[in-house]
Design a protein around this ligand. Structure first.
Ligand SMILES: [Cu+2]
Length: 511
């Protein structure tokens, strides 16, 4: 060890001093005493350093043991949860399924006639304090982390995992989804390799099964992709990051996960509330490819029924204070187009930086998929597509027909309605967009009446044509004046030049 600077200074000073013997003797004694004091202080310092070193080593040993204990606890929790999940999961359950209903399972829904000002109905949480399996005992710097906040979760997330659903509540609406890889025949006879979502009741067709929870219901989707990893993004619903299904900001499902969210109930005249409307779900892993491969399906949220907005038999409302429509003729229309080259690519094509051409989408096949929602029968191997659609003529004694439009492909679409005589038909009333009703806001602070419910006819949004982009949704009420066959023409346009690259017609048979 180097001599401290103050000790060498003292020595130099003593050596360089010339004094008398008596004074010198005294000075020597004093110098000796000083050296002894200093030596003692040094021993004490060194002893303290040693004690500190020993204590630090002990702390490190204990921290390591704690990390190991936590990792072991985490593994045991995971194993336990996996066992529980297997028990909960109907697909692998050894107990008989509660119902043979062709629709997703449904427990007693929350109050559906809540007054406009009621708070959100929720089920009693059955488990609220489960330990998080997203918690990690270490990070890049080796320091323990506790991922309790959403911000931490989003910025320190795992890439793939099988976390448990936090803040679990018993669902009112639950569905179990798988992913499969198969060839599907489209209406024009062409066959494409597709990846599709399927539920226990649906066949493995395209698009994925229609999911239809109601505002206020706790929604669960148990997902265990046979081929993975995948996620499900609930496009437009905006749950918390864990349940939003965006791989980059949460996690990709390694084995299984139960997504949980609740659609917010609407309030009359209030644009700040209500989730009823048209959405869709899709995989958010290597998203452009996985969505084009077919990993998407319709999601419709039905409104609560408000006391001031009762519903007649055979009808439903598009949103809580929205217009009534005829359930029987309600349709979902999804333009979809296919670039065959993409359907030869692998699950992770392009993810390692290689150029597989996902920046070029050059579809050669164009489809109007969808059909009548009420009579959709999901069948094995089927592509859901209408040959024509029935539509109610105004004044035929029925509520108007609602068409839910969902742009399911990457090219801009333009659709136009034509009268039976071939002239443009201004029969489409836009009532909501991306799950949000159009409202007439005469006053910033007053009641925001839906345009479709306004007493002034000029407030209603009528059109004969509509443009929409990828993932965009419009809900339209159709108001044909006379019976006969109207035509809906769907165009697909080039992103850059706007030139038409595809065209399909759909007959709307008004009566
Ligand atoms: Cu996927």
């Amino acid at each position: 060890m180097n001599t401290p600077f103050w000790e060498s200074n003292v020595t130099t000073e003593l050596r360089g001093t010339s004094q008398s013997p008596a004074v010198s003797e005294k000075a020597k004694r004093e110098a000796r005493a000083k050296r002894e004091r200093e030596a003692k202080a040094k021993r004490e310092r060194e002893a303290k350093v040693k004690r500190d070193r020993v204590a630090k080593a002990k702390r490190e040993r204990e921290a390591k043991a704690k990390r190991e204990r936590e990792a072991k606890d985490k593994r045991e929790r995971e194993d336990k949860r996996k066992r529980n999940d297997k028990d909960r999961k109907p697909r692998h359950s050894s107990t008989p399924r509660p119902s043979a209903s062709p629709t997703p399972t449904r427990s007693v829904p929350p109050s559906t006639s809540a007054p406009a000002t009621s708070s959100t109905p929720t089920a009693e949480p059955t488990r609220t304090t489960l330990p998080s399996s997203t918690r990690s005992s270490g990070d890049d710097d080796g320091q323990p982390r506790d991922y309790d906040s959403q911000a931490d979760f989003s910025s320190h997330q795992m890439q793939q995992g099988t976390p448990e659903t936090e803040h679990w509540q018993d669902p009112h609406y639950s569905v179990s989804l798988d992913v499969s890889n198969r060839d599907l025949r489209f209406p024009d006879g062409e066959e494409f390799r597709m990846w599709v979502f399927d539920s226990e009741e649906s066949g493995r067709g395209f698009p994925g099964p229609t999911l239809r929870p109601k505002e206020g219901e706790i929604f669960h989707a148990y997902v265990e992709p046979s081929m993975g990893p995948h996620t499900i993004h609930w496009h437009g619903m905006e749950p918390d990051p864990r349940n939003d299904g965006v791989g980059h900001t949460s996690f990709e499902i390694d084995d299984h996960y139960t997504y949980q969210w609740q659609a917010e109930p609407g309030r009359a005249g209030n644009p700040n509330y209500g989730a009823a409307g048209t959405y869709f779900y899709h995989c958010h892993v290597n998203t452009p490819l996985h969505a084009q491969m077919g990993l998407l399906g319709p999601l419709v949220v039905d409104p609560v029924v408000l006391a001031d907005f009762p519903v007649s038999a055979g009808n439903r409302r598009a949103f809580a204070d929205g217009p009534e429509y005829d359930i029987e003729t309600e349709s979902l229309i999804m333009p979809f187009s296919i670039d065959r080259r993409w359907h030869e690519l692998g699950h992770a094509a392009g993810l390692s930086g290689e150029d597989v051409g996902l920046n070029r989408f050059e579809p050669t096949h164009f489809y109007i998929t969808g059909g009548l929602l009420n009579s959709r029968r999901e069948r094995e191997g089927a592509v859901w597509a209408p040959s024509e659609l029935p539509v109610n003529v105004i004044g035929n004694g029925k509520a108007p027909t609602l068409m839910r439009l969902l742009d399911g492909n990457y090219l801009p679409n333009k659709l136009t309605f034509y009268h039976p005589d071939g002239s443009p038909a201004r029969i489409a009333e836009l009532i909501s967009h991306d799950g949000r009703p159009f409202r007439h806001s005469a006053s910033q602070y007053g009641v925001a009446i839906p345009t479709s419910m306004h007493e002034d006819p000029k407030a209603h949004l009528f059109t004969h044509m509509l443009s929409m982009g990828a993932a965009e949704r419009y809900d339209i009420l159709l108001h044909p004046e006379v019976s006969g066959t109207y035509i809906m023409v769907m165009n697909w346009n080039n992103w850059i030049t706007g030139a038409r690259v595809g065209r399909k017609e759909l007959r709307l048979v008004a009566s």
